[in-house]
Each structure stands twice: as structure tokens, then as C-alpha cells.
Design a protein around this ligand. Structure first.
Ligand SMILES: [Fe+2]
Length: 246
């Protein structure tokens, strides 16, 4: 089948958004045709219920001894500095009442400044950076805060449709207190020209919820002669909940 054009995808996005507004359907659809592979990948059966105690015996676990402070610095660990715009990404993990969630494992992964992942499935002709792997992690502090040092990821092409490009983003995973609680989402950067065209971003129909996926530029976080700062808080529940994929 010939790949759809951007205009066709944009029309599909608008049609579904209009349907969801009409029917008051607040949640992104798991089977969302403008995001082509969601049609094949979305769960078609009810979730499998598992015994929580048995799961905790088998599931991965971690503690402060497993997470090194350097793991939050994605610019470190290589012989040289990665190419790109050095940025600080920081924020707080909060519950629905605004209380900090401390001691949580926050993991991130991202493309390099050229928009390429260090992954065998990503073979598009943008350069790999020998000084950038693109994965980091940290534990939230007593005030729920997290902080990463990295480089700003580039937008990248994908094969969803003809001339499809993802807005620049960083993937986030929040582990919870058990493996079944893990949440995954994406953080975006303000003013990205690709927002309107992206079926993943647009699958979140509520404009307020979409806005909450976009970090804010924070000059107080910016460090002189060193890095610009972006602040992004993550809310786990309630009316200002951050949208998550899982
Ligand atoms: Fe991505």
C-alpha cells in the first residue's frame, strides 16, 4: 500500500479529534489509525491479572545502590563531549494532590542532536555521535525532583507516512513501586513546528493535556556559559495528570 501523505494523515487526525470532541471521549485511542503501527500493536484482549506477590518475587527491583549520580549526566561516560545544544532537564514528580513522590526511578532515552538513536533499527542517514549513547536515569529526591544533563535531541524521520517527522522529544519511564506500575511518556520542547503534524502528539486530543507534555524554558535553570534549562513536572494522577503511554 502506498504511504499516506501528510495531508491525509492530518485529515485523519482532525476527523478523529472531531469525533472524540463530539462524544466527549477524553482518552487517546489505543487503536489510532493515523499512528499506523498502533493498529497492529494495541492490546485486543483484556489485561492479564497477575498475583501481585508472585510478581514482586520475579520482577526487577532496584535501590539507591544501583543508581550512580553520573547516570543522570548523558554528556559523560565517553572520551569526548557530545555534539549539540547542551541542556538541563529538571522537574518534579508529583501525585494528584501536588505532593512530591520521592525515591522514584526516572529513566530517559532520546535521539542525539542529529535526530538519530543508537539502535540497530535506526539506520536513517543522520550521523551517530561517538560521544553520545542517549540513555540516563536518576532517583527523585525528597522533594520529588529529578535532573538530567544532556543535549537537545533533534527531530527525526519515521516511516508512519510519507515525509513523517517526529517533533524533538525525550522518552521518560517512571518505575513506580512495582514493575506493573511503570509509566512511559514523552517530553517535548516549546515551539516545535512539527506538533500539528505528529500523530503521536495529536493522539492526545485534549489541548491542555498536550500542553502539559511540553517542557517550559526556565532561565533560572539555565547555567551561564554552560547549558540552557527546561523544566517539566510530571503529575501521576488527578485532573492535571501527565498523559502516559502505558
Ligand atoms: Fe523517540
Amino acid at each position: 500500500m502506498e504511504a499516506a501523505s501528510q495531508a491525509e494523515i492530518t485529515a485523519e487526525i482532525r476527523e478523529i479529534a472531531a469525533q472524540q470532541w463530539r462524544t466527549g471521549e477524553p482518552q487517546p485511542r489505543l487503536d489510532y489509525p493515523p499512528y499506523r503501527s498502533s493498529t497492529l500493536r494495541h492490546p485486543k484482549n483484556p489485561l492479564v491479572l497477575v498475583d501481585p506477590e508472585e510478581l514482586e518475587r520475579q520482577a526487577p527491583c532496584f535501590g539507591p545502590q544501583d543508581v550512580d549520580a553520573l547516570d543522570a549526566d548523558l554528556t559523560a561516560g565517553h572520551p569526548g563531549e557530545p555534539i549539540g545544544e547542551r541542556i538541563i532537564v529538571a522537574g518534579r514528580l508529583l501525585d494528584g494532590s501536588g505532593r512530591p513522590v520521592a525515591g522514584q526511578l526516572v529513566e530517559i532515552w532520546q535521539a542525539n542532536a542529529g535526530g538519530r538513536y543508537r539502535h540497530q533499527r535506526d539506520q536513517h542517514p543522520a550521523p551517530l555521535d561517538p560521544n553520545f549513547t542517549g540513555a540516563g536515569r536518576c532517583l527523585t529526591g525528597p522533594d520529588g525532583s529529578y535532573r538530567f544533563l544532556t543535549v537537545k535531541p533533534g527531530p527525526y524521520p519515521w516511516r508512519n507516512h510519507h515525509n513523517a517527522w517526529r517533533p524533538a522529544h525525550i522518552h521518560f519511564s517512571l518505575f513506580g513501586t512495582a514493575f506493573t506500575q511503570r509509566l512511559v511518556t514523552q517530553m517535548y520542547f516549546p515551539g516545535d513546528p512539527l506538533f500539528d503534524l505528529d500523530p503521536i502528539f495529536q493522539s492526545v486530543v485534549d489541548p491542555g493535556a498536550r500542553q502539559r507534555l511540553i517542557a517550559g524554558y526556565d532561565h533560572d535553570l539555565t547555567e551561564p556559559q554552560y547549558a540552557t534549562g527546561y523544566r517539566w513536572d510530571i503529575v501521576l494522577s488527578g485532573s492535571r495528570r501527565t498523559w502516559t503511554e502505558t
